[in-house]
Design a protein around this ligand. Structure first.
Ligand code: ADP
Length: 182
């Protein structure tokens, strides 16, 4: 019988305060909306910076696979256009609800984005704090779900998962959660 080898912790989780469109990584994850046709916040920034190739690829996906839009919690890859990245992985976060627990859908965004990134052969993946902007998710809870899911799900060939936090508040919340995971 073969002994089961323990897996070394090969995935590094890092935090950066800044703009995700300025990162040099294999995959930039976009907090998209289900239309895939662009929006505000980080989505708008990625399309502005990445140029029209990304939107063209999103339109093609709508026409071929996602006529009704990309469902919440799922993820799909396109070109990264002019970004310093190889792919953009678009995922649709849930809108925050105080009446209903949608945490599983938010965790699914991180898990599915990592799965798509790994399938592509990505080694470095940058995430924004999905759903914590226009979609209203409280930052502390959004950070907890993000960090826990990434620590549980990230696997080879992914080597680094970088959370790119736009403001000081987001950075502090992620720092606290990551420190607590120790
Ligand atoms: P959602 O609709 O999923 O809430 P938003 O784009 O409104 O998406 O916000 C998600 C998070 O991304 C928020 O914390 C917001 O501050 C942050 N954000 C906005 N622009 C950028 C950017 N250029 N780089 C990284 N994070 C960003």
């Amino acid at each position: 019988m073969m002994a089961r080898m323990s897996t070394p912790p090969t995935v590094r989780v890092t935090l950066v305060r800044g703009d995700i469109t300025q990162q040099s990584v294999d995959v930039v994850v976009n907090a998209a909306n289900s239309s895939l046709l662009g929006g505000g916040g980080v989505d708008g920034a990625i399309h502005r910076q990445g140029g029209p190739e990304i939107l063209a690829a999103c339109r093609a996906l709508r026409a071929s696979q996602y006529g009704k839009g990309l469902p919440t919690g799922q993820a799909v890859a396109t070109t990264a256009g002019r970004l310093d990245a190889r792919w953009v992985v678009h995922t649709v976060g849930p809108v925050w609800s105080s009446a209903e627990d949608r945490s599983a859908l938010l965790a699914s965004c991180y898990r599915e984005s990592l799965r798509v990134a790994a399938e592509l052969g990505a080694r470095t993946v940058a995430f924004p704090a999905i759903s914590t902007g226009i979609y209203g998710w409280p930052m502390d809870d959004g950070a907890r779900i993000a960090v826990r899911t990434v620590l549980a799900e990230a696997a080879a060939p992914v080597e680094e998962v970088r959370f790119v936090l736009f403001d000081a508040h987001a950075f502090v919340e992620f720092e606290e959660v990551l420190a607590a995971q120790g």
